[in-house]
Design a protein around this ligand. Structure first.
Ligand code: F6R
Length: 642
């Protein structure tokens, strides 16, 4: 047990040098600094720097930092030549979804690069001109002296650039067909998969591998699986990113969430002896139990020895002792009393028994995350007599279909007619709205009126769900945080005005419990920014005396559930509660059947919620704990505890 992590090479399974950062922001700064250093040293010698650039959600913070360095530190891009990896085909450069538009919005419009030095594959070419264009693109890269630094993201298919599975190691710039998974991932930007182009022009794997230095970045849990295969798997054409293993100067840059499946993080005991601690023991025992499909209390000394966990036995004694200790820890996470059980011994309960009732404040990034992610706990808190407030952080207006806006505007205009309210304004407005929507181009932001109508539709749904669960109207708060209100998928960064709004509400309520969506690494922004706003407000409020009594519980947002070893409170739901939760989710009609932003998951939101909570209950059952219908899981945020 005296062995320390650093005595062993935990990266021995990895075939590409991989550097881990806690957050995407830190990883992005690292890459931006490397790029800026190269540009600066080349500038001093009056030489050019040739950059290979990527689009998508991954590199945006690198671009933000390069823009900042240009504006605040005078970093000049006059001698920089850029080549972008890819562009959809066909694609007009002025379209909102074009990579030309993306690159100008994030980078080129804000720096002093010479437009002649910008190269992006041309999505407007006639088919018979593409192959000449591609040969020329390769020649231009060579003529510029080759790519000094290439930055990459990775697709869920394992593509780099748009080199989908099947691409060969020596492929060059060419027209390709996109994988369906890639089209699904792009669907929200195009307002539906049917609008996503089927093809793209992309640099080849061979083109990329000629770069002198490559940084491949990945953020968020969605990338964890493909990153493991890329970094630890064997080289094969079905995951083109594995070809990076051939390159001598590639570095993979990950945040915590994207590194979660690497052996050194997920099962470090398989990579060599490690320094065990309480958490690692719990994680290892859960892993062993699930791997062997044996309840924890049935694990034997041989099982521990066979999987490199002998040291745990040396530390704790017998398998029986280890088993019972971990079993109890997990057992103590289960509570049917998320607000604390009055008059009970709360030594081992996740929540305190007093005060009772508590004031609970649920933050919901979009108007339906509360019921989707923690609807059962919400229902229990209300039924057990707590004073529950819900704060909807954003209006959620961009996720409403145009025809729903028309339907509601129509209702107002008909309502005025029927009740003879003598209001021609409503009719005029309705006509304006129809005209605007008829001429609206794909991806064009809505007019102010339409944004308001769409926001009101979601408000009405959220109120209906809250009333159904049983909280009074005055406990429903709509914050409409300003960062969200761009009318576009790209949002503004969090600002002091967002934090001030959140802080004001927390101060008014002085809650004993706060629930927040803990998607620490959601790369697409809204949930992460909403959480940042709450954390920033709480940090500012840390010295308030009532804050000492406030527990902050994080539920996982729409995408995934917490790992079992992380869960600190698991709230079981009965079949009847599961049913009631489902009905509360159904109140969000604009998001039902077919939401505007379904993501890559085909299931409706209520199905995702059902599957996820059932899944957690099944794992508890497999570990040998009680068998429940479903469970919602929470982790406590403890930054302000000390
Ligand atoms: C973008 C590109 C793609 C993306 C990849 C990841 O120019 O070539 O390979 O890097 O699809 O996309 P995001 O970053 O949006 O997850």
């Amino acid at each position: 047990m005296s062995v320390s992590l650093s005595d062993f090479d935990l990266t021995s399974h990895e075939h590409i040098p991989t550097t881990l950062f806690e957050t995407a922001e830190q990883g992005s700064l690292y890459v931006a600094n490397a790029i800026a250093e190269l540009i600066e040293s080349r500038n001093k010698e009056s030489k050019t720097t040739v950059l290979g650039l990527a689009t998508g959600s991954t590199p945006t913070q690198v671009y933000d930092e390069l823009v900042r360095k240009h504006k605040e530190e005078g970093l000049s891009f006059k001698n920089v030549i850029t080549f972008n990896l890819d562009e959809y085909y066909p694609m007009a450069p002025e379209a909102h979804q074009s990579y030309v538009h993306f690159m100008h919005e994030y980078l080129f419009n804000h720096i002093d690069i010479d437009p002649k030095n910008i190269h992006i594959p041309d999505g407007t070419l006639k088919k018979d001109m593409i192959s000449d264009f591609c040969a020329n693109y390769e020649a231009k890269i060579d003529a510029a002296g080759g790519l000094d630094i290439q930055i990459l993201g990775i697709g869920r298919t394992g593509h780099i650039g748009f080199n989908e599975p099947g691409s060969t190691v020596d492929s060059i710039t060419r027209l390709i067909t996109l994988d369906r998974v890639t089209m699904l991932d792009a669907a929200s930007g195009f307002f539906g998969i049917e609008n996503v182009p089927r093809r793209a022009i992309t640099m080849g794997v061979g083109t990329i591998l000629k770069a002198k230095k490559i940084y491949m970045m990945a953020w968020g849990e969605g990338k964890a699986k493909i990153i493991k295969e890329t970094v630890e798997g064997s080289i094969n054409t079905s995951i083109p990113a594995t070809f990076l293993q051939h390159h001598k100067n590639t570095e993979v840059i990950l945040d915590d969430a994207a590194s979660a499946e690497l052996t050194r993080i997920k099962t470090p005991w398989l990579a060599g002896p490690i320094k065990w601690n309480n958490f690692l023991i719990k994680k290892a025992v859960i892993w062993l139990s699930l791997k062997l499909e044996k309840p924890i209390l049935k694990l034997t000394e041989e099982d521990y020895r066979e999987y490199g966990m002998n040291d745990i036995l040396v530390e704790i004694g017998t398998a029986y002792n280890v088993n019972i200790r971990v079993f109890n820890q997990i057992q103590h996470t289960i509570t049917g009393w998320p607000g604390g059980k009055p008059n009970a011994d709360d030594t081992y309960r996740p929540e305190r028994k007093t005060p009772f009732p508590k004031k609970a404040l649920i933050f919901s990034p979009h108007p339906d995350d509360d019921v989707i992610s923690m609807g059962g706990t919400f229902i229990r808190l209300v039924d057990q007599g707590h004073k529950v407030h819900v704060a909807y952080q954003t209006s959620g207006n961009i996720a409403v279909f145009d025809d729903d806006a028309v339907r509601f505007a129509d209702f107002v205009s008909d309502y005025n007619d029927v009740f003879q309210l003598d209001d021609t304004q409503a009719d005029n407005m309705f006509r304006e709205i129809r005209k605007f929507l008829e001429n609206k181009k794909q991806g064009e932001p809505d007019s102010e009126e339409i944004k308001i109508i769409k926001g009101l539709i979601r408000r009405g749904e959220a109120k209906a769900a809250c009333r159904y669960v049983g909280i009074p109207d005055e406990n429903i708060h709509f914050l409409d945080l300003p960062f969200y209100e761009t009318g576009k998928i790209r949002k503004k960064p969090i600002g002091p005005e967002d934090v001030a709004i959140v802080k004001k509400l927390i101060t008014e309520i002085k809650p004993h419990q706060i629930y927040a969506a803990g998607d620490l690494s959601d790369p697409h922004g809204t949930h992460r920014v909403c959480l940042e706003a709450i954390f920033a407000a709480l940090r500012e409020l840390r010295d308030e005396p009532w804050m000492k009594d406030c527990y902050v519980w994080l539920y996982r947002g729409a995408w995934q559930e917490w790992d079992i070893e992380d869960i600190e409170m698991a709230v079981p739901l009965s079949p009847a509660e599961t049913d009631k939760k489902r009905r509360a989710i159904f109140k969000h009609q604009s998001q039902k059947d077919r939401p505007l932003f379904p993501g890559s998951d085909k299931r409706e939101f209520w199905q995702r919620a059902d599957d996820r909570t059932r899944g957690t209950a099944e794992i508890y059952d497999e570990l040998g704990l009680a068998e429940y219908e479903a469970m919602e899981a929470f982790v406590r945020w403890k930054e302000l505890d000390d």
